[in-house]
Design a protein around this ligand. Structure first.
Ligand code: G3I
Length: 363
């Protein structure tokens, strides 16, 4: 990973000025102080990025440029965007994000190649095994090879495990599991590795960190899937913990750490891929709420870090100005959610200080 010093600020100024995204001269920003960091154990800090906001909101682009060493498109690489129909590949949105990362020397992750949550309607017509394998493999080859060398880490399979595997089994039903069964996972990983042998390939999952039977059974199901892949020589390199954290749920430190030890025993890396804190049930008072959000993230990150320092920690967005959280977790008092490290005016919140304790940001 590139080391970013004062030259980076010059690069940001140049790149943003060239793209018309510069709000003000970033070199005017005070250099952050604080004690020297032990760089080697810190994760790379990054955030998910929205293509439309990046194109239209200079303050957002600047915040990303100043703070992130790594970015991941929040939606621009998903099937409905890239494959509006069977015969079209539309990379315009993803290419803009890739160009931004490239200009600034920021690392890029890819999200995601096989996910039930966002599939275009035309894929409903895929019912045979042969067709499914062909469409999935061709998609992955085309997308991964386009960004080979630029996207260095991919969420190949996202959310393979159903909400409650004790009731539904280990495999979530959707087009690829319905047609290919559990084989869709090794097929996807092998296709990604063939398209870019240097890329780090990740199995990404949510709801792994809490106390309760459902979460225990989700951890066990993911371990079974990962173990099967590793034992059959499938190129799986890391587990992604999404970490959409709920401030009102209790983190199962022992359960999470036992799970992470199993991951380590398989020689897999760990990344935190989508961290944010769902604050719908927290008090309205902003100071209290921001403190509780930060504490929730610290409890989780400390538990992970004790077993395995993650190679990267990404938040799912950088500013409360752009977050998926209100789509599902609107507050009953009508106040805006505050799940991310910068507030809606791009000012750092206590969550950012927590992240700075665990990561190397670009700032
Ligand atoms: O692009 C249109 C925009 O033009 C329109 O104005 C707007 C009106 O609602 O909709 C926009 O698209 C929405 C897009 O988010 C905006 O970024 C889509 O309808 C909406 O479905 C999409 O939701 C995304 C969701 O995944 C489904 O793809 C969320 O932003 C994104 O945060 C969320 O991310 C998921 C991860 O991929 C997997 N893990 C969970 C995480 C949160 O749900």
């Amino acid at each position: 990973m590139t080391q970013f010093g004062p030259t980076r600020r010059t690069m940001i100024a140049g790149a943003l000025a060239g793209s018309g995204l510069l709000a003000r001269d970033p070199s005017a920003r005070a250099a952050p102080g604080g004690p020297a960091r032990i760089e080697s154990v810190r994760a790379t800090y990054g955030a998910a990025v929205r293509g439309d906001a990046l194109a239209n909101d200079p303050a957002y682009a600047q915040a990303l440029a100043e703070r992130c060493r790594l970015i991941v498109p929040e939606g621009s690489l998903k099937w409905p965007v890239i494959r509006p129909n069977r015969d079209t590949f539309d990379f315009a949105d993803a290419d803009r994000i890739a160009a931004f990362a490239s200009r600034l020397g920021i690392g890029l992750r890819g999200h995601t190649l096989a996910w039930y949550g966002a599939m275009p309607a035309w894929t409903d017509a895929i019912t045979s095994r042969a067709e499914a394998e062909r469409v999935l493999t061709q998609h992955i080859e085309r997308v991964v090879s386009r960004y080979a060398g630029l996207i260095t880490s991919w969420d190949v399979v996202n959310e393979a495990v159903p909400d409650d595997p004790a009731a539904a089994g280990d495999l979530r039903p959707f087009v690829w599991s319905n047609t290919l069964g559990a084989d869709y996972i090794p097929i996807a990983f092998r296709a990604a590795a063939a398209a870019d042998p240097a890329a780090r390939l990740v199995l990404n999952e949510y709801d792994l960190e809490y106390v309760g039977a459902r979460f225990e059974s989700r951890r066990a199901a993911l371990l079974r899937i990962a173990r099967r892949l590793v034992e059959s020589g499938v190129p799986l390199h890391a587990i992604g913990l999404q970490a959409h954290l709920f401030a009102d749920r209790r983190i199962d430190r022992d359960g999470l750490q036992a799970f992470l030890r199993e991951i380590r025993a398989m020689n897999l890396d760990v990344l935190v891929t989508e961290l944010d804190v769902i604050d719908a049930s927290l008090p309205g008072d902003v100071e209290t709420r921001d403190r509780r959000v930060a504490e929730t993230a610290r409890t989780f990150l400390a538990a992970v870090h004790e077993v395995v320092p993650p190679s990267a920690i990404l938040t799912w967005g950088i500013s409360d100005r752009y977050t998926w959280v209100p789509t599902y977790f609107t507050r009953s008092d009508g106040l805006p959610n505050r799940p991310l490290p910068l507030d809606a005016s791009m000012r750092p919140k206590p969550l950012m200080a927590v992240l700075e304790d665990f990561t190397r940001s670009a700032a």
